[in-house]
Design a protein around this ligand. Structure first.
Ligand code: PGA
Length: 262
């Protein structure tokens, strides 16, 4: 059974001080609970070290929002995987649509980054997703398949099994427009099927697929209870401790329900 994973992408928000308060809030609510879901927070680079320190011995682990694929060198402004692992960072979001749109991230760079992330024992969360125009012209799956094909070039199946794919329709990010649970499930099932075509059924069955795009406390349970959705990548709602913990508790509820239905 795939374990649900809820990741909070803070984007370029907050300070070390406000991030600490946020983590304290999340920790405070989760402390007593024996969680059967994975919880990740992805603060801005400057707040990573504090986040790692504050989440030691808790059920939260820390991820970064991007990284370079070189270990070191003349790459002004970039952060390398070595720098992240030195801090105790465990996950890294790769190919977020904002990185693709504003900073020229491509399937080829995402591919390099996935390789380097695995090399350094960082777990990649690879984002894919269509624009509104692509959805309206029925190109959703063709586009996402091309993103996956580019991102997964020469990635062995042992690594693909550990990968997290985040399906984030661009039109749903930060807009308050969530994909319906059916729309999200349809694409996540399509992603799993395509990975099965690229590799095999067993590999595809292991990949965890998150949905992202205006996930909030109110819609989390319905989305997370879909058979091919194994978690959420949460932007806006991850900046409010109560909202983020409600989403985590929805995932926990889904996990409990599944246990009882088996
Ligand atoms: P949102 O962002 O939850 O604010 O829509 C999701 C994301 O960009 O990962």
């Amino acid at each position: 059974m795939r374990r649900q994973i809820i990741a909070g992408n803070w984007k370029m928000n907050g300070t070390i001080a406000s991030g600490s308060i946020l983590i304290e809030g999340i920790n405070g609510t989760l402390k007593e609970d024996e969680l059967s879901v994975d919880v990740v927070v992805c603060p801005p680079f400057t707040a990573l070290e504090r986040a790692v320190t504050m989440t030691r011995n808790t059920s939260i682990v820390v991820g970064a929002q991007t990284m370079d694929y070189h270990d070191a060198g003349a790459y002004t402004g970039e952060i390398s995987p070595l720098m992240l692992t030195e801090l105790g960072v465990r996950y890294v979001i790769l190919g977020h649509s904002e990185r693709r749109d504003y900073y020229g991230e491509t399937d080829a760079t995402v591919n390099e980054k996935i390789k380097r992330a695995f090399h350094h024992n960082l777990q990649p969360i690879v984002c894919v997703g269509e624009s509104l125009a692509q959805r309206e012209s029925n190109e959703t799956m063709t586009f996402i398949e091309s993103q996956l094909q580019g991102a997964l070039q020469h990635i062995p199946k042992e690594q693909v099994q550990q990968l997290i794919v985040a399906y984030e329709p661009i039109w749903a990010i930060g807009t308050g427009k969530t994909a319906t649970a059916e729309q999200a499930e349809e694409v996540c099932a399509g992603i799993r099927q395509y990975i099965s075509k690229l590799y095999d059924k067993a590999t595809a069955a292991d990949v965890r697929i998150q949905y992202g795009g205006s996930v909030k406390a109110e819609n989390a349970y319905e989305i997370l209870s879909q058979p091919n959705i194994d978690g959420a990548l949460v932007g806006g709602a991850s900046l409010v401790a109560d909202d983020f913990t409600s989403i985590i508790m929805s995932a926990q509820q889904v996990a409990t329900d599944m246990l009882h239905s088996n």
